[in-house]
Write a protein that binds this ligand. Sequence first.
Ligand code: NAP
Length: 299
Amino acid sequence: MTGNEQMSNFSSLAYGLMRLLDDKKGYSLKRVREKIDTCLEFGISSFDHADLYGGYTCEEVFGKALKEDSSLRENIQLITKCGIRLLDNKYPQTYIKHYDYSNSLIQKSVDNSLSYFATDYLDLFFIHRPSPLINYEELGRTLDSLVDEKKILAAGVSNFLPHQVQSLQNFMSNKLVSNQIEIHPLKLDAFTDGTLDQCQSLKMRPMSWSPFAGGEIFTARDHRTYQVRQAFEHMCTKYSISLDQCILAWLLKHPTQIIPVLGTNNTDRIKSMTEAKNINLELQDWFFLYKACTGVDVP
Ligand SMILES: NC(=O)c1ccc[n+]([C@@H]2O[C@H](COP(=O)([O-])OP(=O)(O)OC[C@H]3O[C@@H](n4cnc5c(N)ncnc54)[C@H](OP(=O)(O)O)[C@@H]3O)[C@@H](O)[C@H]2O)c1
């Protein structure tokens, strides 16, 4: 099965939990459930985690909702990542930020995630970032064994360049299904560095993290960002849509069916963002925005 086929049950927008603890309304079980329900009501069923979010606590906080209502599990896709080791009280033996992709660390991290989520499988498991010490053969074996044991339904990578994806794929019998990368109007590398081309040719489904540049696009503190925002606002007027919808529609137009991962804690924004699926930007409008992002006409 290709990555696209394996991810066909994922929603076209995903919801990210990195900012779960930053929610001004708190992160009580009731509040977490409110956001899950809003996502589900408006067609977002894929939830993106990482072991380290919230100082290695977000999976557990979110998982309380799954523990309280086990019927939720069958209606959602759980995505998580591992490998970045931060300085954190929970791990006093870590004295410097580093990456660990040893078999033992990955197995332990998957088991922790399964336990926090009260489930026996993860829908998608990402290697969070490439490491200068990556051992592709060992990593490939570990990921294959997790798929074979059905602890994870699929494996993917995050922030990998095309040659790194291929180096890992060469050692795996299962297909890598996704590369979760930073793509948004202020970060366009994936369009030209081969990442999106590779996703097409290997039938992987990219996911875009921080689709609004972590909110920078709204605050537009520097001149360039302000100009980019103005160009998107021009199209907002033409299509009678909001700025967030316009940015999402621009990402969604790509043929790889990029899945943007939303980070807002605001349920009204979640609702409104899901409208982006119904907006089809005209070809030249897409290029108008691309030009605004790059600053130059295409050659
Ligand atoms: N793989 C990786 O390496 C990686 C790295 C970073 C993130 N991620 C994933 O990507 C997800 C999303 O990242 P992100 O949170 O940086 O994404 P984002 O959606 O680009 O940024 C979210 C921020 O933008 C603000 N925002 C959103 N819509 C807004 C609007 N219409 N007006 C004003 N402010 C708005 C939000 O504030 P409000 O809450 O107030 O709306 C929030 O502070 C994460 O949760 C995580 O799952 C992955």
